[in-house]
Design a protein around this ligand. Sequence first.
Ligand code: DGL
Length: 259
Amino acid sequence: MNPQPIGIFDSGVGGTSIWKEINLLLPNENTIYLADSANAPYGLKGKDAIIQLSTKNTELLIEKGCKLIVVACNTATTNAINILRESYKIPFIGIEPAIKPAALQTQTHAVGILATKGTLSSELFSKTSGLFARNIKVIERVGDGIVELIESGQLYSEEMKTLLKLYLQPMIDANIDYLVLGCTHYPYLIPILIELLPSHVKIIDSGEAVARQTKAILEKNNLINTQTKKAEHQFFSNGNPDIMKSLLGSGYKADYLDF
Ligand code: DGL
């Protein structure tokens, strides 16, 4: 039994969508979540800056005693996880757009992907996309402005709807039947996306797969927590913690931390 917490970080509040999946599958695990909202969005930064910020978050989580780190950010994973794995001994779990299942299951041979500029332009993404999506049409779209709206608490705003309509139209015109969400902020958009997309379009994200992979790696490394007492969760933001609290729902508290 290992009571050390799982560390989770994202450029902001989006990774809480991943935290929810992890907590559902691994309810005994203590967790510490870092929202680097003061530096969001990572998606517009260069690779070196993303590596530097990911390193800062990692060091704080290691200092706080974490046994494994989930990089709950596609942009940080696709740009920095290889360096993190080379630099630190603990296991890292990353998240990448679920292009493979979409490419394997599409009937219309067209899938849409919404992600940040940093993810879509990364070497890791073009490798995965080249490997699995060679024979289908992939309509990529950078979700400019979406993360900023979520980070400022404007999830259900008219501005969000207008942006999403604009980004989805070329995908709808290309007759996609799968939409891949390539950013951990985007699962919070699902109710709006369902409203805007034709009903046959399926939306997929990688949250559940990340939780399953986290469980598998904890088991493999003998790091599972078998405690029967209620798990402890700490949420820290270097931006406005109230935005995170509103996404987590009642029963959780989020604190400001300068990091
Ligand atoms: N939530 C992040 C992701 O999964 C990054 C958003 C951003 O900071 O640009 O890519």
